[in-house]
Design a protein around this ligand. Sequence first.
Ligand code: ADP
Length: 210
Amino acid sequence: MSGLFISIEGTDGSGKTTQINLLEEYFKSRGFYVLCTREPGGNMISEKIRELIIDKENTEMTAVTEALLYAAARAQHVSCDIMPVLKDGGVVISDRFLDSSIVYQGYARGLGAKTIKDINKYAVNGLEPDITFFLRLKPGDGIERKKHQKDLDRMESEGEKFHQLVYSGYMQLCRSNKNRIKVINAARSIEDIHKEIVDCIEKLFREKGI
Ligand code: ADP
């Protein structure tokens, strides 16, 4: 695969969208074709599944149903959006990928990381990000940033305990994927965070000889 696949992870409000927008400009200014996308979503079918997942009316959704819906949205996303761009040598920046499912449904909902990896085996079809940035922000701080912005969706409106579990799940995942996942202190200025991300990408380019 000749392209570059980057995923951005973090709790809601940790600054993922903000950093993705800056990163898109960075790649465009260097002449790369770049696709910025998000999970769940990215295409019409996956966005419809997203609506089901985040709808606050869906209070009866079981953890397994939720995990399967994320995997279904991801299957469509990988084969129809991500893979074609990577095959053409482009850059894909995804707001969340499989790590989010491992953390939210595996750790926080208690299904276990192995179950989530098993469920997603056919969805990702062996694809893994070349590099992942985890924007680390204390649980609650991200939600606080977003509170003034809009109505919180079904996942965002989960209680404090859930967000704490998500945070510790991310920390555990980062420890066991040190080579791929870069932990970025997201409680700093937007510019400082962007600079650190770009430094990591340029290091990766040097290693890959790009
Ligand atoms: P996410 O996509 O992770 O939910 P956003 O990028 O939408 O997060 O950011 C959530 C809110 O926090 C926005 O209002 C954004 O302007 C603000 N924000 C983003 N990064 C920072 C930062 N480093 N410091 C302070 N506020 C930030």
